[in-house]
Design a protein around this ligand. Structure first.
Ligand SMILES: Cc1cc2nc3c(=O)[nH]c(=O)nc-3n(C[C@H](O)[C@H](O)[C@H](O)COP(=O)(O)OP(=O)(O)OC[C@H]3O[C@@H](n4cnc5c(N)ncnc54)[C@H](O)[C@@H]3O)c2cc1C
Ligand SMILES: NC(=O)c1ccc[n+]([C@@H]2O[C@H](COP(=O)([O-])OP(=O)(O)OC[C@H]3O[C@@H](n4cnc5c(N)ncnc54)[C@H](OP(=O)(O)O)[C@@H]3O)[C@@H](O)[C@H]2O)c1
Length: 452
């Protein structure tokens, strides 16, 4: 029997794992899933809101993919630092880039970089216990917070700010995060959209959850719910817009019930400056008018929200990988149906999937169909691809070890998993995440040497 084809998937987020799923189901293919982090699952572990327990449980499904005999997890291996794209060609017949969109987009307004102004990306990474995030990054000693952007990430971060620490104890948030949330002095959170409610990006289920918070009243100004022709049309044709509007109109009629926090949902305002002497003291907003086509025009009228914390939630952006083609404008790897394009031609043996292929939009399930497309093309090409002289499957691990890269294999991750569950059990929680990289390595070292 001939050796299986060997494929490297770079990134163990949902798209990488759905690609590994498609590849391993095919037969005759063995897959290494490499990730720069020591733990798998990408944004499912380090992005999806910790209080969305049902969505988090998708890990159980993705775990089964990594447990297949054809699939190996190699954590702690960064493409571009520990191993280079050209080297992968010697070890694998094909490579699938699944590195996601790791960084935030900018607002490009004065004061954006003042202390107290953060991207939602930073806040999410901190409360999810991402090992790159500094433990003491957030203090939450503000009174008012502004969240710019009206997508699902904005809803997530606003909800986390609005909930009490007690409500969040059911999550796997690290202890240092719960301590800061417990000491939070925030009373008012303003979520601000630049366009109208019909153009908001959040989905209805996520929006409605804000109206059910025990710890916060939702406040909506009916004047900001006006619709133009484009908005009326969207209400007619788009179920999400219609349902969002129903929820928002309902809230605009409610009176606050005296809950500890207030969540203000604002529309038709663009941030134009972040004010403050050394740190954020306010956010200047300019009132916009609907233009009838789904866009807005500035009116020149401005107002200031006195806030000490700003979270910019205006979307994510992909990062270039060394020696891998990159479209700077789109923040993605150029491709046709998942086949990477180098200088306008197909690059044999290189594929791309997920957010680094499509850009930072779509829910976890979207990556499944996306992986089907990419892996479909890879399998179409497989017989024609030049076979790499890859030698033994462990040669890549030997190379990494020679370089001093501490590769965390599946047993290492299982040891981390067990350590987090034990930390949780000790305090009556299901899991407490370990955020510190050194502590993660220590936990991984508990795996038996022969399994590591
Ligand atoms: C804050 C937030 C909350 C979300 N919540 C939900 C939700 O509740 N429900 C839902 O359906 N969708 C949600 N999404 C969307 C969902 O997370 C994405 O659709 C999905 O994670 C994209 O998958 P991906 O594999 O392309 O990227 P990612 O999940 O980002 O995975 C990329 C992986 O690549 C690794 N990597 C990056 N660079 C390198 C490198 N150089 N070398 C090796 N490895 C590398 C990263 O460490 C990471 O593990 C959310 C998104 C965000 C940002
Ligand atoms: N529970 C879930 O299912 C869940 C949770 C989190 C994330 N996700 C998914 O993850 C993806 C990313 O979510 P996201 O919220 O980061 O992105 P998003 O849905 O694209 O929303 C980005 C928001 O930022 C606004 N924005 C962009 N540039 C701006 C600027 N310069 N000034 C003011 N506002 C600006 C956008 O407004 P405009 O529309 O006017 O550009 C939009 O409201 C989405 O597909 C989302 O559905 C899903």
């Amino acid at each position: 029997m001939s050796d299986p084809a060997r494929v490297a998937v770079i990134g163990s987020g949902p798209s990488g794992l759905y690609a590994a799923d498609e590849l391993s189901k095919h037969g005759g293919v063995s897959v290494d899933v490499l990730d720069r982090l020591l733990c798998p699952y990408g944004l499912l572990r380090y992005g999806v809101a910790p209080d969305h327990l049902k969505m988090k449980s998708l890990e159980i499904t993705l775990r089964k993919i990594l447990e297949r005999p054809e699939v190996r997890f190699l954590g702690g291996v960064e493409l571009g630092k520990d191993v280079h794209a050209a080297e992968l060609q010697h070890h694998y017949d094909a490579v699938v880039y699944a590195t996601g969109s790791a960084v935030d987009r900018k607002l490009n307004i004065p004061g954006e970089d003042l202390a107290g102004s953060f991207s939602a990306t930073e806040f999410v990474a901190w409360y999810c216990g991402h090992p790159d995030s500094e433990v003491d990054k957030f203090t939450l000693d503000a009174r008012q917070a502004v969240v710019v952007g009206v997508g699902n990430v904005a809803v997530d971060v606003a909800r986390v700010l609005a909930k009490s620490a007690e409500e969040l104890r059911v999550t796997d948030m690290p202890d240092h995060v719960l301590e800061v949330l417990d000491a939070s002095t925030i009373t008012d959170i303003h979520i601000v959209g630049r366009r109208g409610p019909a153009q908001a990006k959040f989905t209805t289920k996520e929006l409605r959850e804000l109206g059910d918070l025990a710890n916060a009243d939702v406040i909506v100004d009916p004047e900001e719910l006006v619709l133009d022709e484009a908005g009326e049309q969207a209400v007619e044709t788009d179920k999400t817009v219609r349902r969002n509007l129903e929820a928002l109109r309902d809230w605009s009629q409610r009176s606050p019930e005296g809950r500890p926090r207030r969540l203000h949902l604002r529309f038709l305002h663009s941030p134009v400056a972040v004010l403050g002497n050394g740190r954020v003291e306010g956010v200047e907003l300019e009132r916009n008018e609907l233009d009838g086509h789904g866009g807005v025009q500035p009116t020149g009228r401005t107002a200031v929200i006195e806030a000490e914390l700003l979270l910019r939630s205006v979307g994510y952006r992909g990062l270039p990988l060394p020696d891998v083609p990159f479209d700077e404008r789109a923040g993605t790897i150029p491709h046709i149906e998942g086949r990477v394009q180098r200088d306008g031609a197909v690059a044999p043996g290189e594929y791309v999937v997920g957010w680094i292929k499509r850009g930072p939009s779509g829910v976890i399930g979207t990556n499944k169909g996306d992986a089907k497309e990419t892996v479909g093309r890879l399998l179409d090409d497989l017989d024609e691809l030049p076979r790499a002289q890859h030698g033994k499957p462990d040669s890549i691990i030997s190379l990494l070890e020679q370089r001093g890269v501490g590769v965390v294999r599946w047993a290492g991750w299982q040891a981390i998993d067990a350590a987090e569950q034990a930390l949780g059990a000790a305090v009556g929680r299901t899991r407490v995440k370990i955020a510190d990289r050194k502590a993660l390595l220590t936990a991984a070292a508990e795996a038996l040497p022969e399994d590591r």
